[in-house]
Design a binder for this molecule. Structure first.
Ligand SMILES: Cc1cc2nc3c(=O)[nH]c(=O)nc-3n(C[C@H](O)[C@H](O)[C@H](O)COP(=O)(O)O)c2cc1C
Length: 262
């Protein structure tokens, strides 16, 4: 009883004043967009500083409060701090990365080999986020016609954690160049549980201002206005919205988006 009253009171204490249109306060909205725009994939800027349990707890809960199909919550979080396990995973990366490099044409392969695409051994914590496909039984609300929805739900958890981490000053890097069957063996992950994301987490010396692949000339950021269709695929006439989106994207790229209240 007392505990539940404390919980209610502390919940109220942390709430902002309600607004008639349910919007967050200006500074809160700016913070959300800041996390989204300044989130980066981190590979090479990890420092050895530990992540305190208080922070790690918040990040894991941010992930756990993600949406999930049929409220399945299919995820589990496998924390890896043992250097021997990290080295085994790094060996899997090295093999897969050599295979990957061979798939690109010669001119791109040279650039590919120069890219740093993981921070497995430097990051103080590695985190494998998994999806247990049968967690809610064989028939799940919302997954009846698309079985992959539980995997998508797990990716939502990854993104929640990634954004919360940016707000906490923690870098996250997603390492996908791994043979997942071998990863399961190294980590002892049972049948029916899929490793969705292998992440490297740690404090960082700095965050890049733009994606490293963009900076390296690998691919540019696309114009969002050109990716929007109206009513039917291929109908791209979206009227003044297109100009608005383009102007906002220009402001993002000029670094002025967050400075101007919307
Ligand atoms: C599903 C997924 C898998 C990824 N795998 C890798 C990876 O194996 N290695 C890597 O360096 N980056 C990986 N990334 C990061 C992307 O390269 C990065 O998100 C993209 O270049 C945009 O940069 P930003 O995240 O810094 O904005 C992955 C991202 C996602 C969403």
């Amino acid at each position: 009883m007392i505990e539940s009253r404390i919980a209610t009171e502390s919940r109220h204490a942390s709430e902002s004043k309600p607004t008639p249109d349910h919007r967050f306060a200006e500074a809160e909205r700016q913070a959300i967009y800041r996390a989204i725009l300044e989130r980066r994939d981190v590979r090479g800027q990890f420092t050895p500083d530990p992540i305190e349990d208080e922070t790690l707890s918040r990040l894991l809960l941010a992930a756990h409060f993600a949406p999930s199909v049929g409220f399945m919550q299919p995820w589990s979080f496998l924390l890896i701090r043992d250097d021997r396990v990290k080295s085994e995973v790094h060996a899997l990366f090295a093999k897969a990365n050599a295979e990957a490099a061979a798939l690109f044409p010669d001119d791109q392969a040279a650039t590919y080999r120069r890219l740093k695409l993981e921070g497995i051994r430097e990051a103080p914590i590695n985190l494998c986020i998994t999806c247990e496909r049968d967690r809610a039984g064989p028939v799940v609300i919302g997954r009846t016609h698309h079985r992959a929805m539980d995997l998508y739900s797990t990716v939502c958890a990854v993104q929640n954690l990634w954004l919360a981490a940016r707000a906490e000053g923690i870098g996250v890097g997603w390492v996908s160049i791994l043979d997942h069957a071998k990863l399961k063996t190294v980590l002892g992950i049972p049948k029916g549980v899929v490793p969705v994301a292998y992440l490297c987490l740690g404090r960082v010396s700095h965050f890049h201002d733009r994606p490293e692949l963009e900076k390296a000339g690998w691919r540019p950021r696309l114009a969002a206005a050109e990716l929007i269709h109206a009513d039917r695929w291929g109908r791209v006439e979206i009227g003044p919205l297109a100009a608005r989106i383009q102007a906002d994207q220009d402001r993002i790229q000029a670094g002025t988006f967050l400075k101007e209240p919307s």
